[in-house]
Ligand binder design. Structure first.
Ligand code: COA
Length: 383
């Protein structure tokens, strides 16, 4: 496989973007990425989106976005893998460049969730309809089951979960593209409205609109443009059972463990080499479990690590979700995986503003769908 580089990035602000249609958002992000890369054409593109058919009654996003971006007849493909759609879109672009099939590929993601659709129902299509959703469970409910199991097995506390939200809101307050730029206190998280016991409003990622795009290019193109800096060191993907009840453990995400093993091997890195990580904190418990399954902390110690500042921007041994994560930056599901890559791209380029981690050289993005039935992990390295 050839080396591939991220040479440009662009995104919309995340939030309730009522005046922007799904195509407006995608085109805005894509044009910003193309402009940032300084390329005069792209060879192909991928559009990650989880459920545009249910959210805005629009499918066939590949061709639609190619049309509005003004690039037809160039190939354009819609990629779906629930909340991991963006990460899988990036992986497809990486594989296309690494294989030698194309030199410049746009990887994008988009979702328009606030246009009046029944969002909870639409999101629940990523869980097992016959064996889970039929019985009334929703995503907050599924993650609440995982949280209770983690609390029982490892003694994880309500305060430790809240510490994840406090940290991510503090980071998001420094991110101009974040949906919520307000800091919250431990007390506010613990007293916020109950959603699915023990998860409260401030433990949850919000319902969001937004789009994000990056340009992946071959070494020759990156060199020609003077952008041979951010190399994709690893791309790995894994799957697990859709239904929670089919799993041996409710507190370990096997797809995260499997994808992480592959990614570390491909990059020739170990967990302790990772300086910054964007992880899929759709609920606070998800960040706790994922930070363990990625090998950053011993099993059962993820909550304690967050509460002790080991993942914070200020005092972290590894900085987790410097962007504000899904919790504060927002979670337009199809765009999330690409937005994670953009945070790494900005950090590794030294352009993350008030969120900048000094001397950031190696970053990891972990994006997952459902309760971790799909997981895609990328490691980026600044040369
Ligand atoms: N974090 C912080 N504040 C939030 C929030 C969140 N996740 N969700 C909503 N709010 C705020 C809103 O801005 C609003 O504030 P305002 O009154 O000052 O304007 C207030 O809370 C009420 O918002 P509303 O939209 O009525 O909330 P809701 O009760 O309809 O939805 C959740 C709240 C938690 C149920 C919803 O955000 C949700 O379903 N989140 C999970 C999404 C999900 O499952 N994603 C996929 C993961 S796998």
């Amino acid at each position: 496989m050839r080396d591939a580089y991220v040479i440009g990035a662009g995104m919309t602000k995340f939030g309730e973007l009522w005046s922007n249609s799904i195509r407006d958002m995608f085109v805005e992000a894509a044009l910003k990425a193309i402009d940032d890369a300084g390329v005069d054409h792209i060879d192909s593109m991928y559009v990650g989106a989880m459920s545009s058919g249910l959210f805005v009654q629009q499918e066939h996003l590949g061709a639609l976005m190619a049309d509005y971006l003004g690039v037809v007849p160039m190939p354009a493909t819609h990629v779906e893998s629930a909340c991991a759609s963006g990460g899988v879109s990036f992986r497809q672009a990486f594989l296309e460049v690494a294989s030698g099939a194309s030199d410049i590929v746009l990887a994008g993601g988009v979702e328009k969730m606030t246009d009046g659709a029944d969002v909870t129902d639409a999101l629940a299509t990523a869980a097992d309809q016959e064996y889970e959703v039929y019985h009334g469970i929703t995503f907050p409910g599924l993650y609440a089951i995982m949280a209770r199991a983690h609390m029982q097995e490892f003694g994880t506390t309500r305060e430790q979960l809240a510490a994840v939200a406090v940290k991510n809101h503090r980071n998001g307050s420094k991110n101009p593209n974040a949906q919520f730029r307000s800091e919250v206190t431990l007390e506010q998280v613990i007293r916020s409205t109950m959603v699915a016991d023990p998860l409260r409003l401030l433990d949850c990622s919000p319902v969001s609109d937004g789009a994000a795009a990056v340009i992946v290019a071959s070494e020759a193109v990156a060199k020609k443009l003077g952008k041979q800096r951010i190399r994709v060191a690893a791309s790995a993907q894994a799957s697990d059972t859709l239904a929670l009840h089919s799993r041996k453990s409710l507190t370990t995400l096997n797809a995260v463990v499997a994808a992480a093993q592959k990614a570390y091997k491909m990059a020739g890195k170990k967990p302790s080499d990772i300086q910054i990580a964007e992880v899929h904190d759709c609920f606070t418990i998800a960040e706790v479990i994922v930070s363990e399954d990625l090998g950053f902390f011993e099993k059962g110690k993820g909550g304690e690590a967050a509460a002790n500042g080991l993942t914070s921007l200020e005092t972290g041994k590894i900085r987790v979700n410097t962007s504000g994560g899904l919790k504060s930056k927002g979670h337009p599901v199809g765009a999330t995986g690409i937005a994670q890559i953009i945070e790494l791209y900005e950090q590794l380029n030294g352009k993350a503003g008030a969120r900048q981690v000094e001397n950031a050289r190696i970053g990891l993005a972990e994006n997952m769908g459902g309760t971790g039935a799909s997981c895609v992990i990328h490691i980026l390295e600044a040369l």
